[in-house]
Design a protein around this ligand. Structure first.
Ligand code: TYC
Length: 121
C-alpha cells in the first residue's frame, strides 16, 4: 500500500540552446549547463486519535524518528492537542519508509495510529 499523499516530481525544463557565432562566421548551438532542481523534501505527519496510548507514540517517535524521550514526548503532546504534528522531514523514499514502519508497528500493536507524508512547500 502507498501512504504518500503526493504526485511524482516533474523534471526541470531542458536548458535552451543558445545560437552563437564562432570564428569562421558560422553559427553553432551551445547548450547551457543543466540546472538540477534540489530534491523535494517530504514531512512525515502523525495524526491524533482517541485510542493509541501516549506511551506507544513516544516510543515510535524515539525508535523510528531518532528523537530523545523529551522531544518525543513534546511532539506526542503537540499531536494530541493540535490533531497532527511533524515527526521529521526527509527525501521522498525515506519519508515513505518511515510511514510504512509506523503503520506496520501500529497494526502489529493493534492501535489505529495514522501517519502520512506530504511535500514540504
Ligand atoms: N490522543 C491519544 C490519547 O489520548 C494519544 C495520541 C497522541 C494518539 C498522538 C495518537 O498521534 C497520536 N491516548
Amino acid at each position: 500500500m502507498n501512504f504518500m499523499a503526493t504526485k511524482n516530481p516533474s523534471a526541470p525544463p531542458p536548458a535552451p540552446a543558445v545560437p552563437k557565432r564562432d570564428d569562421g562566421g558560422s553559427v553553432v548551438a551551445e547548450r547551457r549547463p543543466q540546472r538540477t532542481a534540489p530534491p523535494r523534501m517530504y514531512q512525515v505527519v502523525m495524526l491524533n486519535d482517541d485510542y493509541t496510548p501516549m506511551e506507544f507514540v513516544v516510543v515510535v517517535l524515539q525508535e523510528f524518528f531518532n528523537k530523545d524521550r523529551e522531544t518525543a514526548t513534546q511532539i506526542m503532546l503537540k499531536i494530541h492537542l493540535d490533531g497532527r504534528g511533524v515527526c521529521g522531514v526527509y527525501p521522498r523514499d525515506v519519508a515513505a519508509t518511515k510511514v510504512n514502519q509506523v503503520m506496520e508497528a501500529a497494526v502489529q500493536a493493534g492501535h489505529p495510529l495514522q501517519c502520512v507524508s506530504e511535500p514540504v512547500e
